[in-house]
Design a protein around this ligand. Sequence first.
Ligand code: SF4
Ligand code: SF4
Length: 158
Amino acid sequence: MFGLLKGFGVTVSQIPKKKVTLQYPDVKPNWPDRFRGVHKFNPNLCIVCNQCARICPTSCISLSGSRGEDKKLHIETYDINFEICILCDLCTEVCPTEAIQMTDTFELAEYNRDALYKNMEWLVENGKQHAQRKGLIGEASVHDANDTDEVAGKAGEK
Ligand code: SF4
Ligand code: SF4
């Protein structure tokens, strides 16, 4: 009986305290600026140096590129396997052009493992959604927005 009252007392004492839980998914968490969610990618900034793939501790980045008529290397494919990505941030730290950056995207549940293999188009789209959440581009323009260096840079500051 004493144990029951003691437990009830603990419950009652929590009622006036500030709530720390959210009604997720109706209410989204407000992540800190340095939150490390899944990546966004800007093909216009990538110089195909391969440093991100080389430093990745789980080897989950694969990319390919080719040399254009301007003699510069241009990215053709860029894939991240989020089944084994540990969101360590090393790839974004080493990238000399900030072509690859982390976002606040964290909802990545899928019904099969293959769906966790995200390609360049998905990463670019994730960057647009991230910019929209941060108020850098409007909802109407989110699908039309060319993922410019300016947008990518501003989003990276967030
Ligand atoms: S965050 Fe870490 S594990 Fe994930 S792709 Fe980048 S380097 Fe690899
Ligand atoms: S994303 Fe950055 S580090 Fe990776 S290949 Fe492109 S420029 Fe190099």
